[in-house]
Design a protein around this ligand. Structure first.
Ligand code: ADP
Length: 283
């Protein structure tokens, strides 16, 4: 790990497509949803690669714009021999997603069954989107990651909020998950689905529903949250809450069994196979 002013020799440089929005789009597409991705990339090679990766997974990228004069959003991650890491994220083109872009894409977004949005674009753009989407439909799933000021948003237009435990506390300042979730519900959120890592997930709404995690062989938990959130968004369009949670829980678990982010996102067949096995195990 270089200290300020120091140069060290590295061993290997790897490059992977990523970003929460892109990961979730790929995850939803592998679960057989028809997915269109919206956002901005830079007019650079990283942008080309990101769009190619999305297309290769069947994601429609016709609505993506190239931002002038800024680079594609990136995260540079240094990992030392002990596995310790240091990360520098540059929002780049993501930071250029603004109200005018939301207006240009609104018709297509409003025609979707589900809109899944993250906090890797400016909060003002998220706010505009929530204000401008028609009431009732599409279903809005907001993944508040990285944690930001959710209370600046019209939360009554958020049908489902999907924080992990760290994010829930950061959003609300409340350490008790139940109290934190209730606080968000009182402010207008329809349902809070808390991702609890190796303990599974809990949905707080009119009723509280917990699903215990699947017992899998964990290799790398990167993108487990993205797999879970995308699967939940896909499943809520199809099934009641408890079944949708079960489906998302299976997708999250499978993402931990493979290394990497996008390579580890499971297909629908894999999720159904895990669900089928678990159903068969029941007495
Ligand atoms: P994030 O990746 O956003 O931090 P979590 O770590 O809570 O989110 O993981 C998201 C979901 O993935 C969990 O709610 C659970 O369904 C699944 N998951 C994560 N870790 C494990 C694990 N060790 N075993 C089984 N499932 C897991």
């Amino acid at each position: 790990m270089p200290r300020p002013g120091e140069t060290v020799r590295g061993i290997e440089l790897c490059q992977y497509p990523g970003g929460k929005g892109a990961n979730q789009a790929v995850a939803a597409s592998r679960l057989d949803a028809a997915v269109a991705f919206f956002g901005k990339v830079g007019a650079d090679g990283f942008g080309d690669e990101l769009l190619d990766a999305l297309r290769a997974d069947g994601v429609d990228v016709a609505g993506v714009e190239r931002a002038d004069g800024v680079a594609t959003g990136t995260a540079s991650i240094w990992v030392d021999a002990a596995g310790e890491n240091a990360i520098a994220c540059v929002a780049g083109a993501n930071g250029a997603v603004d109200g005018a872009y939301v207006e240009r894409t609104l018709d297509r977004l409003a025609a979707a069954d589900v809109v899944l949005v993250q906090f890797e674009i400016p909060i003002a753009a998220v706010s505009r989107l929530l204000e401008r989407l028609p009431r009732g439909r599409p279903l809005v799933v907001l993944d508040p990651a990285p944690a930001g000021d959710v209370f600046a948003l019209p939360l009554e237009r958020v049908d489902v909020l999907t924080p992990n435990e760290t994010e829930l506390e950061a959003l609300t300042g409340l350490a008790d998950p139940e109290r934190a979730a209730r606080h968000l519900l009182e402010r207008g959120v329809g349902l809070v689905v808390l991702k609890e890592g190796a303990r599974g997930a809990t949905a707080y709404g009119d009723e509280t529903v917990h699903v215990a995690a699947f017992d899998v062989c964990v290799v790398d938990t990167t993108a487990a949250g993205d797999a879970f959130t995308a699967a939940l968004a896909v499943a809520l369009g199809e099934w009641p809450l408890r079944q949708a949670l079960h489906f998302a829980n299976a997708a999250g678990a499978l993402a931990t069994t493979q290394p990497g982010a996008q390579p580890s996102l499971p297909t629908r067949d894999a999720v159904e196979a895990l669900l089928g096995r678990s159903l068969r195990r029941k007495p």
